[in-house]
Design a protein around this ligand. Sequence first.
Ligand SMILES: Nc1ncnc2c1ncn2[C@@H]1O[C@H](COP(=O)(O)OP(=O)(O)O)[C@@H](O)[C@H]1O
Ligand SMILES: [Mg+2]
Length: 421
Amino acid sequence: MMQDDGKRMAAGADEGFMGIVGRTPEMLQVFDLIRRVAASSAPVLVTGESGTGKELVAQAIHALSTRRGDAMVPVHCGAIPEELLESELFGHVKGAFTGAVNARTGRFRLADGGTIFLDEIGEMSPRFQVKLLRVLEDGSFEQVGGSATQRVDVRVVAATHRDLHALAEKGSFRSDLLYRLDVVTIRIPALRERREDIPLIAAHFLAILARRGGPRFELSPEAADCLAAYDWPGNVRELRNVIERAVLLSDGAGILRVSDLPQHVQASGGRAPASAVAQAASTEASKPSCPDLPVQSPASGPWLFGPEGTDFYAELDLFERRMIGRALQLSGGSKREAARLLGVNRTTLLEKLKRKSWSPEDLASPEALPAAPPAETAPESLVPGAPVIADLDWTVPVSPAPAPEPRTAAWAGAIAGMALA
Ligand SMILES: Nc1ncnc2c1ncn2[C@@H]1O[C@H](COP(=O)(O)OP(=O)(O)O)[C@@H](O)[C@H]1O
Ligand SMILES: [Mg+2]
């Protein structure tokens, strides 16, 4: 799958480039840079806010390089305590320190012939930056507690959400290391800088969920506009979570509507996006971007306050019933699985059911959940210019992705789970 690069590249504009979905000029430029740097072994610095796809870009660089037969080894520098980082990267000899019962192979050695991905390199201490500079210059290092100099052939891709030049000016990032890393910089724009890609990426995540055994969903044009209008501080990662959550909580009718989106995303709908999708979806220039807002059921918000206000506890009850009912439905009645889908302890769910005297069977019955519109109201694709992509690998797997589990609702958490794989 990884060897037919040519085909993937040709299909790039429509189906994503090596699993990176995007059609905006900004992203096409990113794809072009990836293609061009992949051939060499020069270090690459990938910058962009959290969740913009830096790791995906690093994987694409590796997968398109001649090193693809060897490993791509990720190191999340910010997540590893300073005192462990050296042994993690360079390994240690037996007895190097208290607790070093066995020798350990470092990640640079594991990446020999391949690529090391140093994520969040801006978090590395200046003391450690010196050691990294050395291995970047000539591939040499010593294991912790060892005296023999080792040599490896490793391509370095580093990533950061920080402005390393600003850090260098302040003195917290070494400029010599920065110049060494900053040979080629790929800057990934924030999602709000490429709004036209938002519905496309959302459709991509919906297709992944469907492929993993979840229900098949498409975006209503209004929901697509709403997503495109929101600012996405957490970028694609946040979009992924919103889509997954919306599918989980929606009424299963095959169409994701504005009402299935979180309140704060809905709230952004007032600002009309300058998106191609918004323009394509409507010829009326003054059309609000979330026109299906007023017909919401109260349980999914926004809540309608009459002259008397609203009944907070009744609304809350309705919302809980609906959410738990949906989880029970997806889990085929298994309370354990439903609790997992809801992200609560099984006992919490059981207590809630008992306290409210809710019967799981009633909650999960189709009558208890909002009615599904007839199937023929779901056309092939509801998002203009955003075909539902059926057969696309959403990421470039370093190791083959496991087959979807046959368990009920095993698709839930699929996207996030895969991100960690
Ligand atoms: N353009 C994109 N197309 C498809 N999926 C994407 C895209 N950008 C990011 N993702 C997905 O979003 C999540 C976050 O991406 P990641 O590479 O971990 O971001 P970062 O390293 O910048 O924080 C991952 O699940 C990734 O696969
Ligand atoms: Mg990351």
